[in-house]
Each structure stands twice: as C-alpha cells, then as structure tokens.
Design a protein around this ligand. Structure first.
Ligand SMILES: C[S@@+](CC[C@H](N)C(=O)[O-])C[C@H]1O[C@@H](n2cnc3c(N)ncnc32)[C@H](O)[C@@H]1O
Length: 248
C-alpha cells in the first residue's frame, strides 16, 4: 500500500474513532451497544464493580436477549439505580420494581413500581394481578432474609416465562459465620439448615428443593420446572444465584 493510502486509512480510522468517542453510558439515546458495567458510569447500583460486582456475570446471561426482553422485575428498589440500569440495557422492556416503600416518584412509561412486602404471598399476588405474568427475569435484591428470599422464589418462579431466569442476590446472608449470616434480621440458623444457599446447594446435589418456607405445591412446581441453578461468588465476598426455568 502506498504511503498516501496508509495516510488516508489512518485518517479514516481516526474519524470513526472520534465519532464514537463520547458515545458512552451517558448517551441515553443509543445504549444498544453499552454493557451493564458501562452503565455503572450513569447508574450507581451496588451491583457494579466496587460493590457486589455481579454485572459481569449478568452480562453473559442477559446479553443474548437484551433486545427482545419485554418484562423484567426486581424486588428492592432503593433509589431506583438498578431499575434505570435495566431500562437502558433492555430497550424493549418495561421494568417493574417491588419494595415495601413507595417509590412511585420513579414511575415512567417504562418503569412501574409496586408497594409490597416480598415475604407476603398476598402482596406478591397483588403485584401479579396488577402487572401480569411471563417475566423474562425476576431478580431478588430485597431484604435478603431466608424467609423473604424463599417465599418470593417459591411464589414468583411460576411467573417467570419458560427459558427465563430467577436471580437471588446476596446469598452471603446464608453463611452464618460470615459477615452477615448471624444478624437476626436475616433469620439464618447457626446450622444453616434453613438457609437459601443450603436450599440451592441441595437442589444442585439432589435436584430436589427442600425449604421450610415453601408450600408443597410450590416445591413440586420448582422440582418440575428448574433447569439449573448456577451460583457465582464474586471477588467482593458476594454471592448470587441464577436459576434457569426449563423451556417447556
Ligand atoms: C439493596 S436495596 C435495593 C437496591 C437496588 N436494587 C439497586 O441495585 O439499586 C434493598 C431494598 O429492598 C427493600 N426491601 C427490604 N425489605 C423488603 C421486603 N420485605 N419486601 C420488599 N422490599 C424490601 C428496601 O426497602 C430497599 O429499598
């Protein structure tokens, strides 16, 4: 290639680079190429690197359906950082949030909040009655107690669509001798027999769910419809679990 052609090629590459420069997470008009971690520049959820650091794992699972997801839900809203992150990442989806506190100030065309206690089935039924079923995923980042995590999982898994996901975050509250496990608000027994992580590990080893918080009907449904559970421990002593529903 002549030196003139090389020069023109370098100029062209520089122009393309300059056009893309600045197209980062703060450009909300086009987020189709932006990763979950990049969205942390804009939305400071504790799932980001520096916090629990779950987003690298979620990118692997969520990226294949980011442009087709229609309904995603999260228990635990706080200031709404993660609801906004999902809204940008899934351009076709409506994002639903459940929290014990009123967060209706966050409601928009594509974000819908609901007041409810995740440990009360009647509250969860109220959410489903209002917004319907068939979620691409439901993620639990609520109160993190054993009862809250397992009641929500048992009740809501049937409202995840086939091939969808249910995610339970912050399973470190299951570890009694860990930083959080002995805090009374999480209700973890010293022998961890009621712990959510124990329930998941038992399923991985036996393919049967065993939980004192679930009804027989819920247990039977989970045993029939879970395809797999994957547990991820991040470099920040945080543990999340991704549970896949069978495709039929
Ligand atoms: C860790 S914050 C959520 C953070 C948010 N998901 C994010 O990443 O930006 C936990 C939230 O769970 C809510 N919460 C606590 N107990 C709950 C319960 N029993 N039912 C529903 N939400 C609950 C709290 O009010 C709080 O807003």
């Amino acid at each position: 290639m002549s030196s003139k052609k090389v020069f023109l090629l370098v100029i062209a590459i520089s122009i393309i680079g300059a056009c893309n420069y600045g197209k980062n997470a703060t450009d909300s008009s086009d987020t189709g190429h932006v990763s979950l971690k990049q969205l942390c520049e804009k939305y400071h959820t504790d799932k980001c690197p520096g916090g629990h650091n779950y987003l690298g794992v979620y990118e692997l699972f969520f990226n294949p359906f980011r442009n087709v997801a229609k309904k995603v839900a999260e228990i635990g809203i706080a200031q709404g950082a993660s609801l906004n992150l999902w809204k940008d990442y899934f351009p076709q989806a409506t994002v639903y949030g459940i929290d014990i506190f009123d967060n209706s100030n966050l409601d928009t065309e594509r974000i819908k909040t609901f007041i409810g206690d995740q440990s009360k089935r009647e509250n969860l039924q109220g959410f489903i009655t209002k917004y319907g079923s068939d979620f691409d995923f439901i993620l639990d980042d609520g109160g993190h107690s054993m009862e809250q995590q397992q009641v929500s999982f048992g009740f809501l898994f049937k409202h995840v669509k086939h091939s969808g996901y249910y995610i339970i975050e912050d399973l470190q509250t299951s570890i009694y001798k860990g930083e959080y496990g002995s805090k009374p608000e999480f209700g973890t027994k010293p022998d961890e027999s009621n712990a959510t992580l124990t329930m998941i590990r038992t399923f991985i080893n036996t393919r049967f769910i065993n939980s004192v918080y679930l009804t027989n009907e819920e247990t039977e449904y989970l045993n029939k419809t879970i395809e797999y559970c994957s547990v991820f421990s991040t470099n920040n002593n945080s543990i999340t679990c991704i549970i896949k529903k069978k495709d039929s």
